[in-house]
Write a protein that binds this ligand. Structure first.
Ligand SMILES: C[S@@+](CC[C@H](N)C(=O)[O-])C[C@H]1O[C@@H](n2cnc3c(N)ncnc32)[C@H](O)[C@@H]1O
Length: 201
């Protein structure tokens, strides 16, 4: 398996290895080690094209990827399956923002240190113009893969990390108070080209 955007902590590489998979993580910020390449998957195209991957895993990275179409063409050529854990910042509406920022303040007041931003306006001014919206990314994915899984899921609890953040967020989404910001997506590609016989990764 290939994990793109595994991050500084190595993402799912070690858990997947523990589950019996042969995995390579690619990220300019990847940890050091044999199971990681410290570069972008676009830069590593030639090396990755030789490997014969069974699946690509992408955790919170596809919404950053540029140029989107060429990069997805490359991923679809590398493995017949793509599994993505995604985030649609464009779905953060005023109700979601109010709830998130209120929860953030409450957790801080209780001595916790949420990993997300304290102000979504500040966060948007720094990031949002550079992120693909869910409609753009989903259209690009569906143009290259047959959709197997598409599920909207809570996301803000991952920034808050409070003991009941996930349950609260899920129940507010179910009640229609604000939209789900996260989504899980998987698709199969018929355009995978294997330059070597199916290998271990
Ligand atoms: C938001 S972090 C997600 C890290 C981890 N997957 C997670 O879910 O916690 C996005 C990561 O994608 C990496 N990244 C962005 N563009 C990339 C590319 N073209 N190839 C590989 N990694 C990339 C960044 O360096 C960053 O570590």
């Amino acid at each position: 398996m290939l994990e793109i955007g595994c991050g500084r902590e190595g993402g799912l590489v070690e858990p997947l290895v523990a589950a019996g998979y042969d995995v390579l993580g690619v990220d300019p910020n990847a940890p050091e080690g044999d199971r990681f390449l410290r570069t972008t998957f676009q830069e590593a195209r030639d090396e990755l094209s030789q490997a014969g991957f069974g699946a690509v895993v992408a955790g919170r990275v596809l919404h950053h990827v540029e140029p989107l179409d060429e990069s997805l063409d490359l991923l679809a050529s590398l493995a017949p399956l793509l599994v993505a854990d995604e985030f649609a910042a464009n779905r953060l509406d005023p109700a979601a923002q109010d709830w998130y920022e209120g929860q953030y303040r409450m957790l801080r007041a209780a001595g916790a240190t949420p990993t997300g931003p304290s102000s979504l306006d500040d966060w948007r001014s720094r990031h949002q113009d550079r992120l693909h919206s869910d409609d753009v990314l989903l259209a690009a994915l569906r143009a290259r893969y047959d959709e197997l899984v598409f599920e909207r899921v809570p996301y803000l609890h991952r920034w808050l990390e409070g003991p009941s953040s996930e349950d609260l967020e899920r129940s507010l989404i179910s009640a229609g108070a604000f939209p789900a910001i996260g989504y899980l997506w998987a698709g199969s590609s018929t355009s995978t080209t294997r330059s070597s016989p199916a290998a271990d990764r």
